[in-house]
Write a protein that binds this ligand. Sequence first.
Ligand code: ADP
Length: 536
Amino acid sequence: MQGLMMDYPLTLQHAYNRAVRIFPRKEIVTRTEDGIHRYTYREWGKRTAQLAHALHNAGFQEGDRIATFGWNTYRHLELYFAVPCLGAVLHTLNIRLFAEQLVYIINNAEDKIIFVDGDLVPLLESIAGELKTVKQYVIMGEAPQSSGKLHPSVDYESFIANQPETYDWPQLDENTAAAMCYTSGTTGNPKGVVYSHRSVFLHSMGVGLADGAALSERDTVLPVVPMFHANAWGFPHAGIMMGSKFVLPGRFLDPLKIAQLMAEEHVTVACGVPTIWIGMLQMLEREQLDLSSLRAIYCGGSAVPRSLIEGLNHKNLNIVHAWGMTETSPLASLCKLRSYQLDLPLEEVFRIKAKQGTVLPCVDFRVVDMETGQEVPWDNKSYGELQVRGPWIARAYFADTESAAKFAEGWLRTGDVAVVDEDGMLQLVDRTKDLVKSGGEWISSVELEGLIMGYHKVLEAAVIGIPDQKWSERPLACVVPKPDYVGQITKEEIIEYLTPHVAKWWLPEDVAFVEAIPKTSVGKFDKKVLRARFEA
Ligand code: ADP
């Protein structure tokens, strides 16, 4: 027997229509060169429709890839909805990639037009000659250093000017592509992940769930995570759907500027990778700011060190650990204390909050022994590769023939190594490629660096495996001292600090003090660069 419910398509058109009809007075605030830009959903809705008309009139149609090269701004948020509601595909380019990766990605996606922030024009100009499919550029804001190499180009405001302020959206199948984003590709070429309207819609509902990020109309959301990194983790889509106020930092990303914006606009929810919050915690040691409206900082992208959770807790800030990948839209698990964990001693609470947590509804997972292929028991000790499936998990990469194994048997093989406790809470031990293999056993680089970052003289630490004749690999700790302790910290004291916490053979072979840990284009520790530097 069939159910008798309507077959109503899950598309972003519904989210857009709902936002402009029901929440016209809600605000979108952006920090720009000229100060704060502020308008309402009403204005945003009109401009989004105008943009859609302009694109349609310029000949863009269903399935066309329309790229952005920009910061988190109101114009980017207009593109986030105009493009998919039209049936085209929003391709958010990572502005921090190397030139050759960008060229590869733009040509692979066959982008037809690129919307670029004025200050980023010179970056694009340097590769414009190699872009095979791009027919037009739209420049958002002033481009003071333009040499005119992007052509034909038009100013964003002229592009959308005089267009009608509403749009009669075409009927779309919910499985139509809405957006695409490339993984940063630690090995081989970057891979395109193509989100559908349905997947974005369902993921937005997941972000909104009480046991998700609980995003609601009452929230004021500040995504520090770039809008080119896995759709800013789905917060723009979800926030618009729920009617949240938005606060967008533009290119002004230093911790003090962000914290000031949070204080002034009474931000309730922020999200970003751990490095951002490590920097902010440092800054808050010196500056007094009222961040009392902030109810949660959602943090992921790499493991959140326990010392960061504790440090922010001392400032009355609640950081919530989340896990995901570009391939998982990205939110897949999130760590909230269970009802029966609320009254645990603080020590215990911090230990739990450092886990990646509980998978959201719609996300199914298993952890599989990497040699036998069998599921591991939920004993918080046995580890294996984390595999996931669900309606917002990718089943293939765009135009790719090499990665079938990554999606075998209907599961996404994440390349992350995890343990599961008896309550089904996940803890990531490492990435398969970052585990240190010492004498036939594994050492978790993530656990070691988390511990080292708990030492009071340490700002950041990354652990890598370096080749060793006897043990095959041994751990090397690369450590950035806090500014006050530069030159006043030794290898011996780090080893002594670690000794009570880990097995003897886990202790780093050596400690290298460095000025900074190199970061990837999305702000994670770049262990590839560290390995290359220390291999010899
Ligand atoms: P990239 O693979 O280039 O880093 P993604 O942003 O898609 O691009 O990264 C996904 C990966 O980031 C995950 O597979 C995992 O290894 C890591 N990651 C994400 N969130 C966490 C987390 N909370 N703890 C540990 N690792 C994480």
